[in-house]
Design a protein around this ligand. Structure first.
Ligand code: TRP
Length: 457
């Protein structure tokens, strides 16, 4: 069996490092800076983060390797890669459902992702105007709340973000995007360092660190375990084919285990740094860590309002969050677009626009969850946004990951895995153990436990 096709019809990453940056661009996004701190805060910190880290290393990294190798072997969209792999392995075509479910999950996630990214874009402007200079915690909360009350404002930014996403995907992933990522990712790291420096001056850095790293089992609930696993999949962009799609463009000379490890580490470092920054500000200002989705939009303005040159740093920071979101959003759309281009020989830009419009419409549900429909509750105390977030992150992504682990671990011929991974036998067997047993059983155990607890009330 030869190693992969020569190249993908959609283009190729220009080097191993470009793949690392692109995949890190997909992984590092709102999930790290916005979602991780608020989910950790809602779930009591330390114990949650321990489980989260276990999920990253025992489930996330092995599954990411599985996705990359599947994509690289066939060099097509996830659905077509699965079709080919099913044929190679003489397996049931039902496995291709992983690809379809992934496309659906990508839509759902992007629909709310664009709304939240829109908030970050609005905050670029508002911060630049000096609005937050000397703001109090009440002031920052009130400003955010009143912003959420205006559906038109939210829709304006959501539309702008979707338009940018569609524009980039329409132009193809290589050229422009590669360049943008090359400049933006290092800048984001640099600004996070500046923010960490600020966090150290708040006097609450120690409290933040102990909130995040003290493993207090008392605070650990079942919901927290499910949330930690969902977050691990979300933050690494796993379970829906995004990384499989990017894997299709990986040059043959790149090592799958090596690149994947670097990507996962970068992602984890950004999340932990964002958490330390945000919780330092939370504790220094007597805020509650469990603030839900508004956490970042209240704590960061507070910090920027107090620090020297805060208006400048704040503006640049929210700008980078917006860019980080953009490099993630495109990877949510890529699997579906690549598929439609292959299947119907469709023009990439037309496909991108159509899918963008559909996603935009679905996103209105998220916009209204914060104002017009704030009191509409579905399946427990959930707004439309909460439900979408729960179903995608806590159910669809882990289920996708479980099936990918089973497919790669049990169905694909070993010879193919050996050729793709080029790992010493010991490491290969360890990885197989993780994708065959640990990842699927881990996901399953959490699902069963959650259902059991839900049934018991
Ligand atoms: N990982 C991104 C973040 O942390 C979001 C994201 C991009 C994603 N592509 C994905 C999540 C695919 C799940 C699946 O912000």
């Amino acid at each position: 069996m030869a190693l992969g096709g020569e190249s993908s019809r959609h283009g190729m990453w220009s080097s191993r490092w470009m793949f690392i940056l692109a995949a890190a661009g997909s992984a590092v996004g709102l999930g790290n800076i916005w979602r991780f701190p608020f989910i950790a805060g809602d779930n009591g910190g330390g114990a949650f983060i321990l489980v989260y880290l276990l999920c990253i290393f025992l489930i996330g990294i092995p599954i990411m390797m599985a996705e990359v190798l599947m994509g690289r072997e066939v060099r097509k969209s996830p659905i077509n890669s699965l079709r080919k792999l099913v044929a190679i392995s003489k397996a049931s075509p039902a496995w291709v459902l992983i690809g379809w479910m992934g496309v659906a999950a990508g839509f759902f996630i992007l629909s709310f992702y664009a709304v939240i990214a829109g908030w970050a874009m609005d905050y670029v402007l508002v911060t630049a105007q000096g609005t937050f200079v000397g703001v109090t915690s009440e002031g920052a909360s009130a400003a955010f709340d009143s912003f959420l009350q205006s559906p038109l404002q939210l829709i304006f930014w959501q539309t702008l973000f979707m338009a940018l996403t569609v524009w980039i995907v329409a132009r193809g992933v290589s050229g422009g995007l590669e360049l943008a990522i090359r400049v933006l990712m290092p800048l984001l790291f640099l600004l996070l360092l500046v923010m960490l420096g600020y966090a150290l001056t708040t006097g609450s850095f120690g409290e933040a660190a102990s909130f995040m790293f003290r493993f207090d089992w008392e605070r650990m609930g079942v919901d927290a375990v499910l949330a930690a696993m969902g977050q691990a999949f979300f933050t690494l962009s796993l379970g829906m084919g995004a990384i499989m799609a990017y894997g299709a463009y990986v040059p043959n000379n790149a090592s799958v285990p090596g690149t994947v490890t670097i990507i996962a580490l970068l992602d984890t470092v950004v999340a932990i740094a964002a958490g330390l920054v945000i919780f330092s500000i939370v504790f220094a200002n007597g805020l509650e860590p469990g603030q839900g989705p508004g956490l970042m939009f209240i704590t960061l303005p507070l910090a920027f309002g107090q620090m020297p040159m805060g208006t400048l740093f704040g503006t640049v920071f929210f700008l980078l969050v917006s860019f980080a979101a953009l490099t993630s959003a495109i990877s949510l759309l890529e699997p579906a677009i690549a598929f439609l281009v292959e299947e119907y020989n469709a023009v990439r830009s037309r496909v991108a626009i159509s899918l963008g419009v559909i996603t935009w419409i679905l996103g209105l549900g998220t916009v209204f969850s914060f104002n017009l429909w704030a009191d509409v509750h579905l399946l427990g105390e959930r707004t439309f946004f909460d439900l979408l977030d729960f179903v995608t992150n806590n159910l669809m992504l882990p289920l996708g990951g479980l099936l990918i682990g089973l497919f790669v671990g049990w169905v694909l011929p070993r010879k193919l895995l050996v050729e793709q991974l080029e790992m010493p036998a010991l490491w290969l067997n360890l990885w197989l153990l993780l994708v065959r047993f640990v990842a699927p059983l881990g996901v399953l155990a959490v699902f069963v436990y959650t259902l059991y607890r839900a049934a018991m009330g």
